[in-house]
Design a protein around this ligand. Structure first.
Ligand SMILES: Cc1cc2nc3c(=O)[nH]c(=O)nc-3n(C[C@H](O)[C@H](O)[C@H](O)COP(=O)(O)OP(=O)(O)OC[C@H]3O[C@@H](n4cnc5c(N)ncnc54)[C@H](O)[C@@H]3O)c2cc1C
Length: 474
C-alpha cells in the first residue's frame, strides 16, 4: 500500500496557490496520494492578486492583467476552467503616452515612427540611430539596465524612456536593476543579432513572413488579459479548488530538516510534518524560515530588496477629463518633477472596469525612486495623485470614487547580482530535494513569471515524491 505523502505550500498568493493546485493534479496523474496543506499568513488568500469592486469600479490591488506572450498563465486558466471568463485588452490600449516637456505625447509603436517623432531631441535621436553600429558587448558580466541603455541608446533615451518604462513595470530604478535578470531578452538580442535594431529588423522580417506583428518601443507584442471579475478571479478560483487545504492566519515561523529527507513546518499554533515543502512566500519571509537550514542561502534571499508601491484608484465622470485618455496610460519621467510614476487608464484598457460615462484612473506611486511615499497619509496620497492628474492629464474636479492599495514591500527588485542569489536557492533545491522556492522573488515578477515557476516547482516536487515512493517500494 503506497504511503500518503504530505506536502506543505507556504504562501497563498498566485505562486503558492498555483504550485499547490498543479502539484496536487500532477500527483494524482502519477497515482501518488498526497495530503496537501497551504499556509497563508494573512486573513485571506490572493497575496497581491486581488480585486475589489468599489462603487461599480474594478479596483485591482496589484496586477491589472497578464500578457499572452507566455503560455503558463493561459494554460493554468484553462486547467481551472475559467478560460471563458477571460477579457482581452481593447485594441486602443496599444496607444501609450509619455509626459515630457509639460505635455502628454503619444509614443509611436514602430521604431522608425519613434525616431521621426518629437519625443526626443534631434541629438538623442541621432545617438539612438547609431545603436545599429555599436558593437555587441563581449564579456558576460552583469550590468545595470541604465548602463546598457546609455551604452547602446544614449543618455537621453536612458533617462527619458527607459527609466520611466522600468518604473512602470518594476517600480524599479534602472541604475540598480540587473539587465540579465529583468530583460534577459535584451541580452539575447545583443548577443545573437549584435544589437537591438538589428534584432528588431530580423524579428520583424520573420513576423511579416508569418503574418504577425513584432513589438516596438511603445510596448510588447502581446495582448494583456484579465477576467470579467478582475484579476482576483484567478486566485479566488484556485482557492475555491484548493478548498479546506488552504489555511489562513497561519504565518509560518520556520522550516526545519527532519530525518529521512523530511521537513517540519512550524506555523502560528500548529506544526506540520512534510515530505516536501514549497516556500512561495516572498524571499524576505523565506529567508527567516530557512535560517536553521542554510544561513548562506538565507542571507542571499534576505538581500533581495522589495520596492514599496501604492496604487491609487480614482473614479471620475467623463466631464472631468481634459483629454480623451484613449490608450494604456501615461508614464512620467523623474525629470518632470511629478511624484506619480504613471497612470493607467483602466477602463480604456478593459472597458467593463467603470460604468458608462465614468473613467477609472489607476496611479502608481512610490517605487525604488520614492520609498518616502510610504510616510504619506492616505488622504495626502489621494491629494498628491489628484494634483498630478491635473498637471499631466488635465483632469478637473474631485474624484467621485477614491480607493488605495498600499504595499510596503510591493515588487521584488532584481538588482545586479540577483541571478547569483537565485542560483544559491537553486543549489539548495538540488542539495535538499523536497524543499523548493517559488514566486515573484526569483525568476520573474509578473503573473506569468509566477505561473511558470509554479509549473517548475510542482514538477520538481512530484518527481521527488515519485522517487520517495520508488525507494519505499524497493
Ligand atoms: C502594485 C502592483 C502591480 C502589479 N502589476 C502587475 C501586472 O499588471 N501584471 C503582472 O503580471 N504582474 C504585476 N505585478 C506583479 C505580480 O502581481 C506579483 O509579483 C505576484 O502577484 C506575486 O505573487 P506571489 O505569489 O509570488 O507573491 P504574493 O502575491 O506576495 O503572495 C505571497 C503570499 O505569502 C504570504 N506570506 C508571507 N509570509 C508568510 C509566512 N511567513 N507564512 C505564510 N504565508 C506568508 C503573504 O501573506 C502573501 O499572501 C504587480 C505587483 C504589484 C504589487
Amino acid at each position: 500500500m503506497p504511503e500518503t505523502r504530505r506536502v506543505v505550500v507556504i504562501g497563498g498568493g498566485i505562486a503558492g496557490l498555483a504550485s499547490a493546485y498543479l502539484a496536487r493534479e500532477l500527483a494524482e496523474e502519477r497515482g501518488i496520494e498526497i495530503e496537501l496543506t497551504v499556509l497563508e499568513a494573512g486573513p485571506r488568500h490572493g497575496g497581491s492578486t486581488r480585486t475589489n469592486l468599489v462603487e461599480g469600479y474594478t479596483c485591482e490591488w496589484g496586477p491589472n492583467g497578464f500578457l499572452d506572450n507566455e503560455p503558463a498563465t493561459l494554460e493554468l486558466v484553462e486547467r481551472i476552467g475559467i478560460t471563458g471568463e477571460l477579457v482581452k485588452a481593447d485594441k486602443d490600449s496599444a496607444n501609450r503616452y509619455i509626459f515630457h516637456g509639460g505635455r502628454m505625447r503619444a509614443v509611436p509603436t514602430k521604431p522608425m515612427a519613434f525616431l521621426l517623432s518629437d519625443i526626443l531631441p534631434l541629438h538623442a535621436k541621432i545617438r539612438m540611430a547609431r545603436e545599429f553600429f555599436i558593437a555587441a558587448k563581449q564579456d558576460e558580466s552583469d550590468e545595470t539596465v541604465d548602463d546598457f541603455g546609455r551604452r547602446r541608446l544614449g543618455n537621453t533615451f536612458a533617462e527619458l524612456m527607459l527609466d520611466p518604462m522600468v518604473s512602470g513595470i518594476f517600480a524599479g530604478n534602472t541604475k540598480e536593476l540587473s539587465l540579465a535578470a529583468v530583460f534577459p531578452k535584451m541580452v539575447e538580442m545583443e548577443k545573437e543579432y549584435g544589437g537591438l535594431f538589428k534584432a528588431m529588423i530580423a524579428k520583424q522580417r520573420v513576423a511579416k513572413r508569418e503574418g504577425k506583428t513584432a513589438g516596438g518601443p511603445g510596448g510588447p507584442n502581446a495582448v494583456l488579459h484579465t477576467f470579467q471579475a478582475g484579476m482576483g478571479r484567478l486566485t479566488d478560483r484556485l482557492a475555491e479548488l484548493l478548498g479546506e487545504t488552504l489555511k489562513v492566519n497561519a504565518q509560518v515561523q520556520h522550516v526545519a530538516q527532519r530525518e529521512h529527507g523530511r521537513f517540519q513546518v512550524v506555523s502560528e499554533g500548529a506544526t506540520f510534518e512534510a515530505d516536501a515543502v514549497v516556500i512561495a512566500a516572498p524571499s524576505h519571509a523565506a529567508a527567516k524560515m530557512i535560517q536553521g537550514i542554510d544561513i548562506g542561502v538565507s542571507k542571499a534571499l534576505a538581500a533581495i530588496p522589495y520596492a514599496p508601491v501604492d496604487v491609487v484608484c480614482h473614479g471620475h465622470p467623463d466631464s472631468h477629463l481634459g483629454h480623451p485618455l484613449k490608450g494604456f496610460g501615461v508614464l512620467i519621467p523623474r525629470s518632470e518633477g511629478i511624484r506619480s510614476i504613471g497612470c493607467l487608464w483602466s477602463d480604456a484598457i478593459f472597458p467593463g472596469q467603470a460604468a458608462k460615462g465614468y473613467r477609472l484612473l489607476r496611479t502608481m506611486m512610490g517605487g525604488a525612486h520614492d520609498p518616502a511615499i510610504q510616510s504619506l497619509s492616505t488622504d495626502k496620497l489621494h491629494l498628491t495623485a489628484s494634483a498630478d492628474h491635473v498637471r499631466v492629464m488635465g483632469v478637473h474636479g474631485k474624484p467621485t470614487m477614491s480607493w488605495v492599495s498600499r504595499f510596503k514591500r510591493g515588487i521584488a527588485q532584481y538588482t545586479v547580482g540577483h541571478m547569483d542569489r537565485v542560483k544559491k536557492s537553486e543549489q539548495l533545491e538540488n542539495d535538499l530535494p523536497g524543499l523548493y522556492f517559488a514566486g515573484a522573488s526569483y525568476r520573474g515578477v509578473s503573473i506569468n513569471g509566477c505561473a511558470k515557476d509554479a509549473v517548475r516547482v510542482s514538477n520538481l516536487l512530484v518527481d521527488r515524491l515519485t522517487a520517495m515512493q520508488r525507494e519505499t517500494s524497493l
